[in-house]
Design a protein around this ligand. Sequence first.
Ligand SMILES: [Mn+2]
Length: 389
Amino acid sequence: MVDVSLGLGTFLSTSKHIFESGNEINDVTVVIGNESCDLDSAVSSIIYAYFLCIRFSEEEKDRNVNNGSIIIPVLNIERKYYPLKTEVKYFLNTNNICEDSIVFRNEIDLVKLHEEKKLKLVLVDHHILPEDLQGLENSVIKVIDHRPIDKKSNWSNEVVIIEPVGSCTTLVADEIIKENKNIMTNENVALLIYGTIILDTYCFSETVKRYTDLDREIVNQCKILGKIDISEDDLFNQLKESKNDVSQLSAPQLLIKDMKTVYNIPISTLTTLAQDFLQKVEAHESIKSHCKEFNASVCIILGVDWHEDVHYRDVYVYYEDDSTDNEAPCEAQQKADFIVQHLIDYSLLDLELIKTIYSGYLFKQKDTTWTRKHVIPVVENACKYFIPQ
Ligand SMILES: [Mn+2]
């Protein structure tokens, strides 16, 4: 087991090192968050794993044994997508947790560990196993979540903590404080929890109202035990800024950062106008490889730009043009045309065609009150009724 007196960063790099070294390991406790890998999921899994590690090493000390077990937090995304989680990367970095010391979902074979009967799984910030991990129920030893209970779940009362608080880290910290308050005096532990709760509750905003008394209480405990001096507002602004900072991202990464898929059609939202994105030299190539990666022949880009208090929106509908003659439109174009027609007829976006560019249509969205939430059902409907000619 890892020596945890050295802090969070060392705990992570050491347990990762032991895991990768191929040494004889009898059991692996994996603490994993949900697939969005937002700050809540990332911090909950890291801090809870650290807490378990301290608990086990104290038990080991008592019994004077080393039983070949290891505890690792796993971020539930592929490593290549980590740069997209800008606020996660920023906040972990500033708390001495570098990317190298993290284990990502594509780097650990949970199913194999389960089959070898070596896996103990802890779910944080979700309580339903994803599709590819169905069948691993027997390995789950603990579930901590703050979302509304999904009726499909039936964990026994001994393993599950589900409470509707603002942030899952609140529940994690609550358990830590009850059992071993000392852990919270680690400055990084306290600050990570403090920042995550602040971000999740929109800094205890009264308009959003996404907090409970327990969130408030844990934040106060973090301040006292971790001797935190940064104000809630300052840290909230830092985290919000880092979340919106896309300056380090490439064009293909911008298309994935905020994306939802509807009937196999990726719909990306940008923080600039699509028109500006399309002017980048690598724009066309990026869109093509984006379609390839998601196995799509049509994709949609929604652009937003803020100028003081006014905002502008535009919509770009792209199709892969694989037609060999110019007479009949290819299937992808027919589909794009059908979607465009739906957006014009059945949505209130009030679209005005600006131009066609790289086998796609660029529209100005004249009613800017409509967002992706409104676009999705229209695209869904179009896909449902589309029949290629
Ligand atoms: Mn959460």
